[in-house]
Design a protein around this ligand. Structure first.
Ligand code: SF4
Ligand code: SF4
Length: 123
């Protein structure tokens, strides 16, 4: 395992939580973003795995990782469905804080509202 990047100061407090995710997948079937894109990499479980990879040093910070972590409606449906009580959106927020501090721009990654028209119940 690589050394953990020192830059993940916000995400660090979720180390135990990220380890508690049992990768069961109960969260992702409730995610409207996943339902819209159809990409499992957009689903909450993948975001949690990405956060774990970044914190552990198994994954390097990248545009792709930032895009996945920044793309979220914060509807919290994943949290309601989680079998292990993982506070997913709080993890995402701290991952985003760290990535923003590294220079990744949230506005370059969040889905444009025009892309969300098939999801009128969210707006
Ligand atoms: S909070 Fe984000 S990841 Fe969770 S269900 Fe909503 S859009 Fe998906
Ligand atoms: S429901 Fe909870 S424990 Fe299961 S994969 Fe999603 S975040 Fe992990």
């Amino acid at each position: 395992m690589k050394n953990k990047p020192k830059a993940f100061n916000h995400l660090e407090k979720w180390q135990g939580t990220l380890a508690n995710c049992i990768r069961c997948g109960y969260c992702f079937e409730h995610c409207p973003l996943f339902k819209y894109t159809g990409w499992e990499s957009d689903a909450p479980r993948a975001k949690i795995i990405t956060a774990f990879g970044l914190l552990s040093g198994e994954m390097d910070p990248s545009e792709s990782a930032a895009h996945k972590l920044f793309s979220c409606f914060y509807c919290k449906r994943c949290e309601a469905a989680c079998s292990s009580g993982v506070k997913l959106t709080e993890v995402f927020t701290d991952a985003k804080k760290d990535l923003i501090e590294m220079g990744f721009n949230v506005r370059d990654h969040f889905h444009h509202p025009d892309e969300l028209r098939p999801l009128p119940h969210l707006y």
